[in-house]
Design a protein around this ligand. Structure first.
Ligand SMILES: NC(=O)c1ccc[n+]([C@@H]2O[C@H](COP(=O)([O-])OP(=O)(O)OC[C@H]3O[C@@H](n4cnc5c(N)ncnc54)[C@H](O)[C@@H]3O)[C@@H](O)[C@H]2O)c1
Length: 167
């Protein structure tokens, strides 16, 4: 596995082959960052890696794996000197999250706690987390600002509130 260099800050992107993760990867690579991508491919495909190569002309390091796999994360952090984590791994279908909230809590909350614990164990505090406006429910005014009260109205939003807590 590669080691980071000071010239190229190394970013771990979870959910790296998903919609936001893949677009973020392009921007980071084009800006000169070194990107390591982690995804369990539950809602994405390896074909994304070919497209990223076509767009950027570079091959990023990809690990197929799950953020709930503590041993995998520990190994990943042991072999890389990450400067920051951008956390996009998660399930996001609102109706499915209401039908099967435990699966969503396990994937998204347990996974995020796992990631934060691994980061803490390696002294890394730089985290970008893709949250959701769903944590504010039906806001009294727009635009929503981060200091407004959390008031999720469904499992999707409550799961996001729980997921944000360890961060
Ligand atoms: N797209 C939006 O408009 C939007 C808005 C607000 C918040 N978000 C949040 O941002 C995050 C990314 O959204 P997206 O639109 O890119 O979703 P996406 O489904 O396209 O990407 C998420 C990626 O995470 C992966 N993944 C899921 N669970 C995983 C796990 N346990 N371990 C490893 N990989 C896992 C999936 O395979 C997928 O590739 C989600 O958490 C989503 O809720 C997205």
């Amino acid at each position: 596995m590669a080691q980071s260099s000071e010239a190229l800050p190394m970013i771990l992107i979870t959910g790296g082959t998903g919609y936001i993760g893949s677009h973020t990867s392009v921007e980071l690579i084009n800006a000169g960052y070194s990107v390591v991508s982690l995804d369990n491919l539950y809602n994405s495909s390896r074909k994304v890696l070919d497209r990223l190569h076509q767009i950027t002309g570079q091959t990023l390091e990809f690990i197929e794996g799950d953020i709930r796999d503590r041993q995998l994360l520990t190994e990943l952090f042991r072999h890389h000197d990450f400067d920051a984590v951008m956390h996009f791994a998660g399930l996001k279908a609102v109706s499915e999250s209401c039908e099967n909230p435990l699966m969503y809590y396990d994937n998204n909350v347990t996974g995020t706690v796992n990631l934060c614990q691994t980061m803490a164990a390696h002294g890394l505090k730089n985290l970008v987390f893709s949250s959701s406006a769903a944590v504010y429910g039906n806001p009294e005014k727009l635009p929503i600002t981060e200091d407004m009260p959390l008031s999720a109205i469904n499992s999707y939003g409550r799961r996001y509130s729980a997921r944000s807590a360890p961060i």
